[in-house]
Design a protein around this ligand. Structure first.
Ligand code: NAD
Ligand code: MG
Length: 385
């Protein structure tokens, strides 16, 4: 029986995970749940799954959570605040942690799960962008296991040789849907609204990652993620636009073989593989219907219209705190765009300015990276206002 600590239970990945748990009550039991501010939704989930612990990340909502749990007659322990999230991720009531918080807010709990030697299903890509080296080292040092849930990385994980041995790998090929604005020009993008940016043609996701997909920053973050997860240099990670989102990514071997992982665009496939590895379970995702699939297209990304992808390669090249700076500036800019304070094209501008202005530092430890994250947020916010 896998005991699950689900961080970010109220989000898109959180909800997909719960569907899999509902489908396989014999295999998985929820022992810990977290949410950011949606305390009523969290209490409802506690009624359904009866976890040992529940944490609301906003510390001001502790009393509401405690009273709600006791009114519901539950003996779930109420917790609140970012430090409690870290404790919950390390608690022995779970052997598996699903890191599905959005943004750098997820880094401390992901690292805590790694220090506790947990099996980690990593959806929270921002934590590996911010602290990639540190996270990989912590996972190795404490015997934790990291399963990529991001569909592209899950695909690559499935296509790489099981026993390690990367010598035969020539390139990793990350597919990108191209987002809702594929084929548009910069002029077309000037007046984009948050609603348009969040209407993804293929995937249903949270608002932040939807905007990242629209700017192609999501693919940039994923290049950095792949660099750390699979130990490949940036030059050996190629991005190709594939609007149908059927091929989730590929591994190109030196002998000319290319292995691809395919499926319907539904995150339950990747989550199910992480949950059940090395077994395969029913995920509820429908089988691919090749006879009616039609064309699969592939093309180069348009990095002039979508400069965020190039900015991510720049950040890998610089190393040190640069990916943390890129990520923080992007989080601030995306939030400002979603709140109507920044035009769509301003997102890439803010990230570029922040990356070019902040001082470079080596990624010595988490304190340095968090200081860079905070400084980048201050700079980006200042530029926006
Ligand atoms: P979402 O916005 O739907 O959900 C985010 C979750 O994080 C919610 O439960 C929210 O309560 C919690 N949260 C938000 N801010 C928080 C904070 N400051 N402290 C603690 N908790 C906080 O996002 P999502 O689409 O589920 O994405 C989650 C992560 O998974 C992101 O890093 C995203 O990039 C990654 N991811 C998502 C998808 C997808 O299909 N949705 C695919 C690949 C990767
Ligand atoms: Mg992805």
């Amino acid at each position: 029986m896998k005991t699950l600590c689900l961080l970010g239970a109220t989000g898109s990945i959180g909800q997909s995970t719960l569907k899999l748990v509902d489908q396989h009550p014999d295999l998985f039991r929820i022992t810990a749940l977290s949410a950011h501010t949606q305390v009523d939704a969290l209490i409802d989930l506690c009624r359904r799954y009866r976890p040992v612990q529940a944490c609301i990340a906003d510390p001001g909502l502790f009393t509401e959570l405690r009273n709600g749990l006791s009114a519901a007659g539950l003996n779930t322990t109420p917790l609140a605040g970012p430090e409690s999230l870290e404790h919950m991720a390390a608690d022995s009531s779970s052997n598996t942690v699903i890191a599905a918080i959005v943004g750098a807010a997820g880094v401390a709990s992901t690292l805590s799960a790694a220090r506790a030697g947990k099996r980690i299903l990593l959806a929270n890509k921002e934590s590996i962008v911010l602290a990639g080296q540190l996270l990989m080292q912590t996972v190795a040092a404490h015997g934790a296991q990291l399963f990529p849930v991001d569909s592209e990385h899950n695909a690559i994980f499935q296509c790489l040789p099981a026993g390690g041995g990367r010598d035969g790998v020539r390139r990793l090929i990350l597919t990108a849907s191209g987002g809702p604005f594929l084929g548009k020009s910069r002029a077309d993008l000037a007046t984009i609204t948050p609603e348009q940016a969040c209407r993804h043609p293929k995937w249903s996701m949270g608002r932040k990652i939807s905007v990242d997909s629209a700017t192609l920053m999501n693919k940039g973050l994923e290049v950095i993620e792949a660099h750390h997860l699979f130990g490949m240099p940036a030059e050996a990670i190629e991005v190709v636009v594939h609007p149908q989102s059927i091929v989730h990514s590929m591994v190109d071997y030196r002998d000319g073989s290319v292995l691809a992982q395919m499926g319907e665009p539904d995150m339950r496939t990747a989550i199910a593989y992480g949950l059940s590895y090395p077994d395969r379970i029913d995920s509820g995702v429908k089988a691919l219907d090749f006879r009616n699939l039609g064309h699969l297209e592939f093309q180069a990304p348009d990095t002039l219209t979508f400069p965020c992808l190039s900015l991510a390669y720049t950040a890998i090249g610089r190393g040190g705190n640069a990916p943390a700076v890129l990520n923080a500036a992007n989080e601030v800019a995306v939030m400002a765009f979603l709140e109507g304070r920044l035009p769509f094209l301003g997102i890439a501008d803010i990230v570029a300015q922040t990356l070019d202005t902040l001082a470079w530092e080596p990624a010595a430890d988490l304190a340095v990276l968090m200081a860079s994250d905070a400084e980048a947020r201050r700079f980006a916010n200042h530029r926006i206002h």
